[in-house]
Design a protein around this ligand. Structure first.
Ligand code: QAP
Ligand code: CO
Length: 185
C-alpha cells in the first residue's frame, strides 16, 4: 500500500526530459548577457538534463543555456568519443595561462551548417560549479579548452561568427535568414 502511494507520487512528480528549441543566428536573443546562477537547485539540474538531451540529440559537443533561451550562466559539454563524459560548468570563470594560441575549425548548434577557423588561447584555467553546486578547477587543453571558451562567449552574448571576417559573417547571416524564411513558409 505504502509502496503504491510512493510509486503514484513518483509518477505524478517525475518530469520527463525534453529536447529544447535552439535559437539560431542572427536571433537577437543570442546577444543577451546571461545572469549568474545563485543556487544550484533541482530546477537547475532539470535544465541541465534537458540541455544534455538536446545536445546529444543534435548531436553536439557543447551547449550554453542562452542557446535554448535561458539567460543563465550554465554550460554543458561532452567532447568524449563515446559521449560518456558529461561536464557541467555553472558560473564559469576562465583565465588565460600563457600567450600560446590555437586554431580550430569551430561550429555551433546556433549556426547550423557552418564551420570556420577561429584562433583562441590554448592554455586556460576554468573554475566553475558542478551539478551539486560544488566548485572545481581544471586546466583543459585542446578541444575541451576551445569548447569552454566558445560556450563562455555564449554567456556573454558572443558567437564564434564574431571572431571571423565581417564578409564571412554576413554571408552566413544571409544564408541562415533565407533558411529561416523558407522554414516559416
Ligand atoms: C561548440 O558546437 C564547438 O553546424 C559546440 O549542422 C564546436 O556542438 C566548439 C553542430 C566545435 C569547438 C569546436 C554544428 C551540429 C554542433 C552544426 C557544436 C551542425 C550540427 C556544434
Ligand atoms: Co555555440
Amino acid at each position: 500500500m505504502l509502496a503504491a502511494v510512493i510509486i503514484i507520487l513518483l509518477e505524478v512528480c517525475h518530469k520527463t526530459m525534453a529536447i529544447l528549441e535552439i535559437l539560431e543566428f542572427p536571433d537577437p536573443r543570442l546577444r543577451t548577457v546571461a545572469k549568474a546562477v545563485s543556487v544550484v537547485d533541482d530546477r537547475v539540474r532539470e535544465l541541465l538534463d534537458d540541455m544534455f538531451e538536446t545536445m546529444y540529440a543534435a548531436p553536439g559537443i557543447g551547449l550554453a543555456a542562452p542557446q535554448v533561451n535561458v539567460h543563465q550562466r550554465i554550460v554543458v559539454i561532452d567532447v568524449s568519443e563515446d559521449k560518456t563524459e558529461p561536464l557541467v560548468f555553472i558560473n564559469p570563470k576562465v583565465s588565460v595561462l600563457d600567450d600560446q594560441l590555437h586554431e580550430y575549425d569551430e561550429g555551433c548548434l546556433s549556426v547550423p551548417g557552418f564551420y570556420e577557423t577561429v584562433v583562441r588561447p590554448e592554455h586556460i584555467s576554468v573554475t566553475a560549479l558542478d551539478r551539486q553546486g560544488k566548485s572545481f578547477t581544471m586546466q583543459p587543453t585542446g578541444l575541451l579548452a576551445v569548447c569552454i571558451q566558445h560556450e563562455l562567449d555564449h554567456l556573454n552574448g558572443k558567437l564564434f561568427v564574431d571572431l571571423i571576417s565581417p564578409l564571412k559573417r554576413s554571408r552566413i547571416r544571409k544564408k541562415l535568414e533565407k533558411k529561416h524564411k523558407e522554414e516559416a513558409q
